[in-house]
Design a protein around this ligand. Structure first.
Ligand code: ADP
Length: 587
């Protein structure tokens, strides 16, 4: 429990209505009867003070814990930055597990497989999500040496992980999330591609196929590629790469699954290849990690980094403010590593060796709305690069300052940084762009780097609560052009978008675009722009109308490869029965 005393003059946080529901249900502490006893002020102070207290153990620190706790409190309650959900839930409590992302190895033997099931259960209980590669498991029907029987293959075990997840509701609030990855050259790849073709199958898993450079070249040349048995390393068959790619596209068109990750590209950016190869990511794909590695994330709300130009007219990004926030956030996230207790000794060791953090951004669409820049424009893509380069450069410089105060991450000498003599850093990675599914509700901002799903919509959260939301920047802009009326808002809530509302000024319709108004190519260009300056990966969904064709998805998957993305996820409207976001009355 935190020792720093709450200052008497600490202001109460201002919390929007939707955030109140989410905080109460998931984040504020409850007693044995389920009665909430923690106020939101106590919640944010609990987190701020627990993370700031870590500062005390660093003799050369330039900050004092008490004043840092106040800075962290202000940072979070002004919604300029929020750490990932497990930090908000568990910091300063007995659980103390603060990271959102984990990757666990799945070894090719029964003991190893069930160890992984158990470890995943422990992580889910503490609010983390787990990613696994099933690529090391021998193929279905291959021989099991010890028994002389035949192996049941990755898919059958995947079902066990899924079932175990189903039974562990995380602290009674959120169900666990998993990523399952299989290399495209695994003999069971076709079965894996089709694993989620029936709605509801493997519902606790996102699936991604790990595509290799060799495979992508074979798709391009319409050639065959080899399937390799993971246990023996022998080639056991061939498939036509383009046919596999076509089926992959077909399945993604039907249900959104599987996504794809470019494995060689991920490993090209692995900062510590001597510690192992990266074979999986966390559940939403934005955080590639080594086996047994964990990472804590945090997101800066760019919507709060808007400044009116000095002439009072031209608007700009508030770079000074953004720099201040980045530096404070990096210190926060590095302290989270020390404050966190991990469920396994191996994880503690890996995390302390690499000290990865994932600082990202949210509220990007909100910033564009304020700057009056359409999301689907080259101006927006160019600004995305500029903003993310700035965040990335400043996060590295903050990590360097921390290294001077506290020492470099222990694997630094053998890392790619050390070998290139880039100077010591405190963290092997500093940037990741997360989906910010719940953080964006708490922060009252647009999520991650996504365009708005709708200007006004009904959000389904946490199984059955429905929340109505209208974007505040849109509301203001409509008032500014004197077009505001309750009737108009009702009309918009039904369809989400104003694209077809000819009676509204054209400029308004150009700026206030929503994800469905945006051509897929702009989704991808935006993802690639942010990826260019992100150490880890970018969570981004290319949202498509129900009318999108398989060719559209083929094109998106291929362009994601060409543009240098680390993976891609598509979602065609209506292709799953239960959607997280929906327009209309939300039934
Ligand atoms: P939040 O906004 O709650 O902090 P995000 O939507 O940004 O979370 O997701 C970030 C990461 O947190 C995911 O990639 C995943 O690793 C983890 N995560 C998200 N939702 C869940 C969940 N329901 N169960 C377990 N882990 C989750």
């Amino acid at each position: 429990m935190p020792k720093l005393k709450m200052p008497a003059n600490l202001p109460d946080p201002i919390i929007n209505e939707n955030a109140k529901i989410v905080l109460k249900r998931r984040y504020q502490k409850k007693d044995a009867e389920g009665i909430v006893y923690e106020t939101t002020k106590e919640l944010f102070w609990r987190v701020a003070s627990a993370i700031a207290e870590e500062e005390g153990k660093y003799k050369n620190s330039s900050c004092k814990p008490a004043s840092l706790a106040r800075d962290f409190y202000d940072l979070m309650t002004s919604y300029r930055f929020l750490p990932n959900s497990p930090t908000l839930m568990n910091a300063g409590t007995d659980i103390g597990q603060l990271a959102a992302c984990f990757v666990l190895p799945v070894e090719d033997d029964i003991e190893g497989i069930f160890d992984a099931v158990k470890h995943a259960a422990m992580i889910h209980k503490s609010g983390g999500g787990t990613g696994f590669s099933f690529s090391r498991l021998r193929a279905k029907d291959s021989v099991v040496g010890s028994t002389g029987g035949v192996a049941s293959g990755p898919l059958s075990f995947l079902k066990i992980f899924n079932c175990a997840t189903e039974q562990i509701k995380q602290g009674g609030t959120r169900r666990g999330a998993n990523m399952g990855i299989l290399r495209v050259d695994h003999p069971d790849i076709m079965e894996f591609i089709k694993a989620k073709e029936r709605d509801g199958d493997l519902n606790n898993f996102n699936l991604s196929i790990a595509l290799t450079e060799t495979f992508m070249k074979a798709v391009e040349k319409k050639e065959d590629y080899d399937l390799v048995a993971p246990n023996s390393g022998e080639t056991v068959g061939t498939l036509n790469a383009r046919e596999v790619f076509n089926i992959l596209v077909q399945k993604a068109w039907e249900s959104g699954d599987p996504g794809i990750v470019f494995l060689d590209r991920i490993n090209r950016d692995n900062p510590t290849p001597k510690l192992g190869e990266i074979e999986s990511t966390n559940p939403c794909g934005e955080q590639p990690l080594l086996p047994y590695e964990a990472c804590n994330l945090g997101s800066i709300n760019l919507g709060k980094c808007y400044a009116k130009g000095r002439n009072g007219k031209d608007s700009e990004v508030d770079w000074d403010e953004l720099k201040r926030i980045v530096h404070l956030s990096v210190r926060f996230l590095d302290n989270v590593i020390d404050a966190s207790q991990y469920p396994l000794e191996q994880i503690t060791r890996m995390v302390e060796t690499n000290r990865k953090i994932g600082l990202g951004v949210m509220g990007w669409a909100d910033l564009l709305y304020q700057l009056k820049i359409p999301y689907n424009s080259q101006t927006a893509v160019d600004l995305a690069e500029r903003v993310m380069k700035f965040v990335h450069d400043e996060s590295r410089s903050a990590s360097k300052i921390l290294a001077a105060e506290r020492g470099a991450f222990p694997a630094y000498p053998e890392s790619t940084f050390g070998e290139a003599n880039l100077g010591p850093y405190r963290n092997a990675t500093t940037t990741t762009i997360a989906p910010t599914g719940t953080l964006s509700i708490i922060g009252g901002c647009s999520s991650g780097v996504e365009p708005l799903f709708a200007l006004s919509f009904v959000r389904n959260v946490m199984d059955n609560d429905k929340l109505v939301e209208t974007n505040p920047f849109f509301e203001q802009a409509v008032k500014d052009v004197d077009a505001y009326s309750g009737k108009l808002m009702e009309e918009i809530a039904k369809v989400g978008s104003i694209r077809k509302m000819d009676h509204l000024p054209e400029e308004l319709r150009k700026i206030f675009v929503t994800s469905m108004d945006i051509e897929p190519i702009w989704h991808l260009k935006m993802q690639a722009a942010f990826q260019k300056f992100t150490d880890n990966a970018v969570s981004k969904t290319v949202n498509l109308p129900a009318s999108a064709t398989k060719e559209d998805i083929w094109d998106i998957y291929w362009k994601a490869y060409e543009y240098g993305c680390k993976g891609v996820t598509v979602y065609r409207d209506g292709s799953k029965t239960s959607q997280v976001l929906c327009t209309g009355d939300g039934d």
